[in-house]
Write a protein that binds this ligand. Structure first.
Ligand code: CP
Length: 307
């Protein structure tokens, strides 16, 4: 298969085959990070720019490490000390950096659609590292990779995504990805935090966490994205935690061969009790580890545009 896409904006726009190719390429890159010399020359001479307009720990460092392990040069753009603070637009910012001959922008922005707008105005590749409530495609790809690594397949897997679905770009990308690859997706959370008409995407909705946990192979917890909530959706965090958090009692109800996942950052004590976050059934750090291989694959495909 010839990889034709210059950009990765969302899993909504990828075919099942394209997602599978990314996962296969990621698999071939996974062992690079376990070697004593963690580097391959695949993107030598290429330049990747991290353009993060929102905070990040995992995605930003993971993209930087992925690019470096492919031998690309990485520019970490500091938005707070840039001319963005003087009113320069994101498109002008990207076009000016592109004029210095770079190959790829990794873009995170609080506005849905910002990476797509940049992609339409530059000839370099653009990878969406999370835009508003829209998509976070590489998070969903690393989640798919992690589930496939554990179960050997995605088709037929039952995943329950629990929490603030309404404001979650991770949930949206995961719904696209898991549905396209044949998983059964259940979404669960307080009614005000479940988008209207979400059933049209083919997911099942429940407001009952016990039901969501009962049969799931993957319990995927989300953080309450309070920075994106424009009104008060919940009476209190204590009540949310009581109704939708995973504590020791709920952890015990998870099937013996099922796993807990979370994209991070976790709010310990709210959606997950600290005591269960690091237990045997948790794949949370596996997800972070797999982020490197998946992002290496995405960078390799969009910049190299070959397979
Ligand atoms: N999962 C995720 O996007 O984490 P960061 O915000 O730390 O990048």
């Amino acid at each position: 298969m010839e990889w034709k896409r210059k950009d990765l904006i969302g899993l909504e726009y990828l075919s099942k085959e394209e997602i599978e190719v990314i996962l296969q390429v990621a698999d071939s890159f996974k062992d690079v990070s376990t070697r004593s010399v963690k580097k391959v020359p695949a993107l030598r001479g290429k330049t990747v720019v991290n353009l993060f307009f929102e905070p990040s720990t995992r995605t930003r460092t993971s993209f930087e490490l992925a690019a470096k392990r492919l031998s690309a040069d990485v520019l970490g753009f500091d938005v707070s000390s840039s001319s963005v603070s003087k009113g320069e637009t994101i498109v002008d910012t990207a076009k000016n950096i592109e004029a210095m001959k770079v190959d790829c922008f990794i873009v995170r922005h609080s506005i849905s659609g910002a990476p797509e707008i940049i992609s339409k105005n530059v000839s370099s590749s653009v990878i969406n590292a999370g835009d508003g409530c829209h998509e976070h495609p590489t998070q969903a790809l690393l989640d798919l990779f992690t589930v496939k690594e554990k179960f050997g397949k995605i088709e037929g897997i039952k995943i329950s995504i629990i929490g603030d679905i309404l404001h979650s770009r991770v949930a949206r990308s995961n719904i696209w990805g898991f549905k396209k690859l044949g998983a059964e997706v259940i979404v669960c959370g307080p009614p005000p935090l479940i988008p209207k008409d979400i059933e049209k995407t083919g997911v099942e909705v429940t407001y009952d966490i016990e039901k969501a946990i009962e049969k799931a192979d993957i319990i995927y917890l989300l953080r309450l994205q309070r920075e994106r909530q424009k009104e008060n959706f919940l009476p209190s965090l204590k009540e949310y935690s009581f109704l939708y958090g995973i504590d020791e009692k709920r952890y015990e109800k998870i099937k013996s061969k099922a796993f807990l996942m979370h994209p991070g950052p976790m709010n310990r004590g709210i959606e997950i009790k600290s005591e269960v976050a690091n237990q045997d059934k948790s794949l949370i750090l596996n997800q972070v580890t797999n982020g490197i291989a998946v992002r290496m694959a995405v960078l390799y495909l969009v910049i190299g545009r070959k397979i």
